[in-house]
Design a protein around this ligand. Structure first.
Ligand code: SF4
Ligand code: SF4
Length: 374
């Protein structure tokens, strides 16, 4: 940031290619400004913002999303993390301790723990307990099948004892569709896991939210209608209760992007997202209030940028230390106050967050009858 409040900022496309953007700083408490940027080269998301006279800036920090690593017991087709059982990138003890120290010092309203399967981290329970004793609301992004493995049968009771909110993927209430996207046998294990969660109070006194994402290159259907269908079907077929359904638009990155390219549909999908740009979603984009931390403690504006390795750097996100270099930032380099008003790194993939009703880790951004879970 220069002394006059204007920015000469660097942003990135979905391919990671760096482009120069010249724009002006907006007030820290809003995403909306009518000081239109002067652009020399804009990605497609920035072009959409530009057409609507908008820029994107951070608001106050609400959620610290901690990605503890890439290891997972599943290998879902749509996975934006490329997670799998053979991945070895996992948070070590020193990084977990530094993340925990930051949580204790800054007490974000929400600590959202994700992966991979975050429970596979040997530091999962430590992070949950640290966040809870610091007064934070804790979310576990749970794939359900982990509960069915012998090593994790303790998990429902542990999560319930710590009043952890569960957000779990279940892309359909039909067995065939879930198995097609997440692997053979996943539906049956997911149903069994949901029953175990119901048995310890989830879906009743404790929040159990399910996530739907389209199987193919389309936008999700209306969230509230789909939630009603899920509730009726899961109750009638399996006696399962849950709290909320979040619909999430697939990001054109990682395995989903590979699938799109293999089907020759990558360009078509990007056009679909661009044509469905909804300016009213911008104010609620999760990158405005979430900080994403990787398994090495490195910082990103969101989990999707993390998968694209679009890191937050000194001098490029409103933070500039005395060395004034563009070194990548770690969690322990920043405070929540540093971040407010800062620039957000974007790319073409961001169009998935602003298409239709909008999309975030907490579902749609604009449907009036749906509220974020926290
Ligand atoms: S369960 Fe989640 S993290 Fe694991 S492979 Fe599937 S989508 Fe990826
Ligand atoms: S992908 Fe979505 S959440 Fe991430 S920076 Fe882009 S708009 Fe924000």
């Amino acid at each position: 940031m220069n002394g006059s409040g204007g920015y000469l900022a660097t942003s990135a496309s979905a391919s990671g290619e760096l482009v120069k953007v010249v724009e002006q700083k907006s007030p820290p408490d809003t995403a909306l400004t009518f000081h239109a940027p002067r652009a020399t080269s804009l990605n497609r998301f920035q072009q959409a913002l530009f057409r609507h006279g908008l820029t994107l800036r951070r608001a106050a920090l609400h959620t610290l999303q901690v990605n503890v690593g890439r290891k997972c017991n599943q290998t879902c087709r749509h996975c934006h993390v490329d997670a799998a059982p053979w991945r070895t990138e996992m948070m070590n003890a020193e990084t977990a301790r530094r993340v925990a120290d930051w949580i204790k010092a800054h007490r974000p309203a929400v600590v959202d723990i994700t992966g991979g399967a975050p429970e596979l981290s040997e530091h999962f329970c430590f992070l949950v307990e640290t966040a809870r004793t610091s007064g934070c609301h804790v979310i576990d992004r749970n794939n359900l099948t982990i509960i069915e493995t012998d090593a994790f049968s303790w998990l429902p009771a542990f999560l319930a004892a710590n009043a952890v909110e569960i957000i779990a993927s279940l892309p359909c209430y039909l067995e065939e569709n879930v198995n097609a996207q997440r692997g053979d046998g996943v539906f049956g294990k997911s149903i069994s896991a949901l029953r175990r969660l119901n048995a310890v109070g989830y879906g009743k006194r404790l929040p159990l939210n399910l996530v739907y994402n389209p199987i193919g290159p389309s936008l999700p259907p209306p969230q509230a209608e789909l939630e009603a269908d899920y509730k009726a079907e899961l109750r009638a077929r399996y006696g399962i209760e849950f709290t909320r359904l979040f619909t999430i638009t697939n990001q054109p990155i990682a395995r989903f992007a590979e699938d799109l390219r293999a089907q020759g549909k990558a360009k078509e999908y990007l056009e679909l997202l661009a044509n469905a740009f909804n300016s009213t979603t911008v104010n609620g984009l999760m990158c405005r209030s979430t900080l994403s931390v990787g398994w090495r403690g490195e910082l990103y504006d969101c989990d999707f940028n993390q998968m694209l390795a679009i890191r937050m750097r000194n001098g490029e996100c409103g933070i500039r230390d005395q060395q004034a270099t563009t070194r990548p930032l770690h969690l322990w380099d920043v405070t929540p106050a540093d971040l407010a008003g800062g620039k957000i790194q974007t790319g073409d993939h961001c169009l998935a967050c602003t298409a239709g009703a909008g999309s975030s880790c907490g579902g749609v951004l604009t449907e009036p009858q749906t509220q974020r879970s926290h």
